[in-house]
Design a protein around this ligand. Structure first.
Ligand code: F6P
Length: 541
């Protein structure tokens, strides 16, 4: 952002500082002016510490930055990922279900349609237990998704979120980490002859995925007296590195492509979502794409004031750069969305966790806050104490569904009551006088001390996102909403949101440490801590 734009935010923040959210929420018509709907999602941001002039100032900044041009450039397939010279076309994965004509290149759309069709045919064959044409044996009951980061978090989130839509035909398991405890536990639980392994890796170079792949391959081979060819028949690969996948003995008919124009953390809409398609069936997977397309259409057609992704982005920029909050909490009031905080951690922090601009210049402003969270109401009984009365303010997204997927109406009413109550408590707080009035007994000093501890400062902002119900469509819309929020924030912060150089250094160091743990000499170049820890590990191994 430009210095002048940051000055504007600072001025607006200073102007609003003396006002409490209690005052803002008391304004007539507040909810109507600070809430918007798009399809199955309602965004209430009336509990953000914003008023009309501050919102207007943020909108002006978005317009100055040319958010519409950036949005259109993405949908068109311009080279938005400048460091890797790649277009950013995850929206093309759901373009077939859009009501707006897609500006994505025709060859890209054709390739996507072809892959979706291949994916549908594979899912269909597996559901019928008749996948001999793919070389896959019959009797598959369990599917293991081997992938990490974007090759895990999106499919895992969606498979868990849409448990109510599972066909029951397959059990889906996720094995992202290289931690052998999980791998061993999974192998103990599953029958290798009935297991299908989905090797999902855009690069097909990821250590965790390839290592677990080799372990599971040997495990399956053991069930066939060491016959590796029969073990290979239990593997399907999803990758942009098709040659490497085929190099592992997985034939072309069992390799589904990903593409350089889809970032890993934006890939759940592609064949990387195969586990999801197997869990909920292809019609529901297409409904998930339709939900995302609906959000795409909204993003492409609404002005900034009514545009949910733009509003979420502006609220994020306001909280980070105007009010100076360094963390952002995601609290879904739905156990089914328990993986949403982890998914958004990657989406936002891997995309926006940068301190230089796309052309390498130091940025003037702070960028991505720490994104974290957990499900409500569990979180209320764990860390909400700090959010209500701790010294730092953490703006929150509180997310719920109006209609439950079950008939236990009292449970659902209690869940929603908690969601609404927490947003109100964060905003309104409890004054010292109110707390004192409650502390009826004891000495004056004792009452004062207790009242101080029972005072809630309030003035703590949150947005509420209400889904009509948690369905494939609304989940698709919700994920696409956050994807587009990231695009707009990246523009405002002058960041390339589609690379992730920050993950490379650790990978290189791990490669140099691995042989040492196997017994090789410790290089002098290792730092004192690494050398000391290696010695401690060796002493116990
Ligand atoms: O290390 C980070 C990362 O590259 C993520 O961006 C990506 O989602 C993940 O690793 C997995 O990568 P791949 O799909 O290539 O195995």
């Amino acid at each position: 952002m430009l210095a002048g734009q940051l000055d504007t935010l600072a001025r607006e923040a200073a102007r609003l500082k003396p006002l409490h959210l209690r005052d803002l929420l008391a304004e007539p018509g507040r909810f109507g002016r600070f809430s918007r709907r798009a399809g199955p999602l309602l965004l209430d941001f009336s509990r953000q510490k914003l008023d009309e002039p501050a919102l207007q100032a943020l909108g002006v900044i978005a317009e100055q930055c040319g958010w519409q041009q950036r949005r259109d450039a993405m949908f068109r397939g311009d080279l938005l990922n400048s460091s890797e010279q790649r277009p950013v076309l995850h929206t093309a994965l759901r373009a077939a279900d859009s009501s707006l004509p897609s500006p994505a290149p025709a060859d890209v759309r054709a390739e996507i349609a072809h892959t979706l069709q291949r994916m549908g045919e594979l899912v269909d064959a597996l559901e019928r237990d008749d996948a001999a044409a793919y070389g896959i044996p019959s009797g598959i009951t369990d599917v293991v998704n081997l992938g990490i980061g974007g090759s895990d978090l999106g499919p895992r989130l969606a498979v868990e979120a849409l448990a109510g839509y599972h066909s029951g035909r397959f059990r889906c398991h996720f094995l992202p980490n290289v931690d052998g405890h999980e791998t061993a536990a999974l192998m103990r639980r599953l029958d290798p002859r009935k297991t299908l392994v989905l090797l999902v890796s855009k690069s097909f170079t990821t250590q965790e995925t390839l290592l677990n792949g080799a372990v599971l391959r040997q495990w399956i081979a053991r069930a066939y007296e060491g016959d590796d060819a029969r073990a290979a028949a239990h593997f399907v690969a999803v990758s942009a590195n098709v040659a490497a996948a085929q190099g592992l003995g997985i034939p072309p008919e069992r390799v589904l492509p990903m593409w350089d124009f889809v970032g890993g953390r934006y890939s759940v809409w592609s064949a990387a979502g195969l586990a999801l398609a197997l869990a909920i069936g292809m019609p529901n997977f297409r409904a998930f794409l339709r939900g995302a397309a609906l959000m795409d259409d909204h993003f492409r057609s609404a002005g900034w004031r009514d545009n949910l992704p733009v509003l979420l982005a502006l609220i994020g920029v306001w909280n980070r750069n105007g009010l100076g909050h360094a963390a952002h909490g995601v609290i879904p009031y739905l156990d089914a969305l328990r993986e949403l905080p982890a998914f958004l951690q990657q989406l936002e922090m891997e995309s926006l966790g940068k301190r230089v601009s796309a052309d390498g210049g130091e940025l003037l402003q702070a960028t991505v806050p720490v994104v974290w969270g957990s499900v409500g109401t569990n979180a209320q009984h764990a860390f909400f104490q700090a959010l209500h009365q701790g010294s730092d303010v953490v703006p929150l997204d509180l997310i719920g569904a109006v209609r439950p997927g079950h008939a236990l109406e009292h449970n659902h009413a209690a869940l929603l009551a908690n969601l609404l109550a927490q947003g109100a408590a964060f905003a309104l707080g409890k004054t010292h006088a109110e707390a004192l009035a409650e502390a009826a007994q004891g000495s004056a000093a004792g009452r004062e001390a207790l009242a101080a501890q029972r005072t809630f400062p309030g003035d703590r902002p949150s947005s509420t996102l209400l889904l009509d119900a948690l369905t494939p469509e609304s989940l698709g819309a919700l994920i696409a909403l956050y994807e587009h929020k990231v695009l707009v924030q990246a523009l405002l912060w002058d960041i390339n949101a589609f690379d992730q150089w920050g993950v490379e250094l650790g990978k290189v160091l791990a490669k140099s440490i691995l042989p040492v743990l196997g017994g090789a000499a410790v290089p002098d170049t290792f730092d004192a801590s690494t050398r000391g820890l290696i010695a401690a590990i060796r002493a116990l191994s």
